[in-house]
Ligand binder design. Structure first.
Ligand SMILES: [Zn+2]
Length: 412
């Protein structure tokens, strides 16, 4: 009888410990958002044939978006783009490939549902050449109308709202990056709604025990590629084996999530995941598997190593370069971190006359920026890059930002 009692007690305790290990406490925000799954419309993959014009288009590849393709006249076709569901932020993403029977100049007229307007300047890719923005002489647009003049031939031309990067491209990128770096532990935080992998690069030298954690994440919003390019440069700089990078990785641990919404990315979504939800509104109740799994991974990693998250940076894109920060900082480990960091970035980019622009306000909705502050008292930044910021500068600025962050954190 006594033995049974003891084993029951043991069972109860271990169950309790296991449950508390894997549970992420829910957080309250001033303006809660309902993140229960909603239906999405999945685009039909096909080749669109406008035989009378000799013009063809396809969306039959990863991260594409083309919902309709119609002839207007001999040289003009209508490109119809719709979102995965509504309501949704105005971020009409498109990506399709074109070819024609004979070499000819065509006009493409972009059409979105009535309440949405044009956002992205087309990026073009021909063969193995690099992506190029459409020439301003060939592209006229305002919010409601957008017209692209384009030379098409038998050789396929790829037209995309931003340079296309699928989940496979992302995997190829980080696999190459971490080659021969034994201190980068490539793992998985779990799966998305459609069972795609949620990769994590867990980076630490020797032991992870007691090391303060920096979390980097990106692509909650699929078309926000400029934020992703900044993220790539930031991570690459931290892993570049410079003296600074080596000292930093002796002292700190990094949790890097290169693709938070892989379903949305591969389905060519404007913003949401396959549950039809903006994942960056789910950081309070974790109703979507992407955020549930990623927050669980972070909380568990911190708990198991008797550590905490010091800094969280979430990379996005918007109309211009901008940093969203929290108003509350006094209870963070380093209340001056953000101001010092921006000062360092500004100083290093003096020759570019770049001044970091900051919008400082606590998150009222359940977004990652609010989550890191509420859960860990971490310094958090939503690192925004303009849609059309020159790519070289995006990369340079992120490399500088990574160096300045490492320098600053090594002082403490
Ligand atoms: Zn975003």
């Amino acid at each position: 009888m006594r033995l049974r009692k003891q084993s029951l007690l043991f069972y109860f305790c271990t169950t309790l410990v296991a449950a508390s290990c894997s549970t992420v406490k829910r957080l309250k925000f001033e303006k809660p958002v309902d993140t229960k799954s909603k239906r999405i419309h999945v685009q039909k993959k096909k080749v669109f044939q406008l035989d009378a014009m000799g013009l063809y288009a396809t969306n039959d590849f990863l991260a594409s978006r083309l919902n309709g393709f119609e002839m207007v006249n001999d040289s003009t076709a209508k490109v119809i783009i719709t979102p995965e569901n509504t309501p949704i932020n105005n971020s009409p993403y498109y990506s399709f490939k074109l070819w024609s029977t004979t070499a000819k100049t065509y006009y493409l007229l972009f059409e979105y549902p009535e309440e949405y307007g044009h956002r992205y300047i087309p990026k073009l890719k021909r063969g193995a050449a690099a992506w190029k923005s459409a020439d301003s002489l060939n592209f006229t647009y305002n919010y409601t109308d957008a017209l692209l003049k384009i030379d098409v031939s038998k050789d396929t031309v790829w037209v995309s709202a931003q340079e296309s990067v699928s989940s496979i491209d992302t995997k190829n990128w980080y696999s190459k990056l971490v080659k021969n770096k034994a201190y980068v532990h490539v793992g998985s935080a779990g799966e998305s709604v459609l069972k795609r992998n949620l990769p994590v690069l867990d980076i630490y030298k020797n032991s992870a025990q007691n090391k303060p954690i920096v979390v980097l994440l990106t692509r909650q919003h699929p078309p926000e590629l400029t934020g992703y390019f900044a993220f790539q440069s930031f991570v690459t700089t931290i892993l570049n084996e410079s003296k600074l990078s080596q000292s930093f990785l002796e002292k700190y641990r990094l949790l890097v999530f290169p693709i938070v919404n892989p379903d949305g990315v591969d389905l060519g979504h404007w913003r949401h995941n396959a549950g039809g939800i903006d994942t960056n509104r789910d950081w309070g109740k974790y109703r979507q598997p992407e955020i549930k799994n990623i927050t669980r991974y972070i909380v568990k990693a911190a708990k198991e190593t008797n550590s905490t998250v010091l800094v969280g940076i979430d990379f996005h894109s918007t109309q211009k370069d901008m940093y969203y920060t929290n108003e509350t900082r006094h209870m963070t480990a380093h209340p001056d971190f953000i101001e010092n960091w921006f000062a360092g970035i500004e100083k290093s980019l003096k020759s570019h006359a770049y001044i970091p622009e900051q919008e400082r306000a606590n998150s009222v909705k359940p977004v990652s920026k609010g989550w890191f502050l509420k859960y860990f008292n971490a310094n958090t930044i939503t690192y925004e890059i303009g849609d059309e910021t020159p790519r070289d500068f995006v990369r340079l600025k992120a490399a500088v930002a990574a160096d300045e962050m490492m320098k600053l954190l090594l002082k403490w």
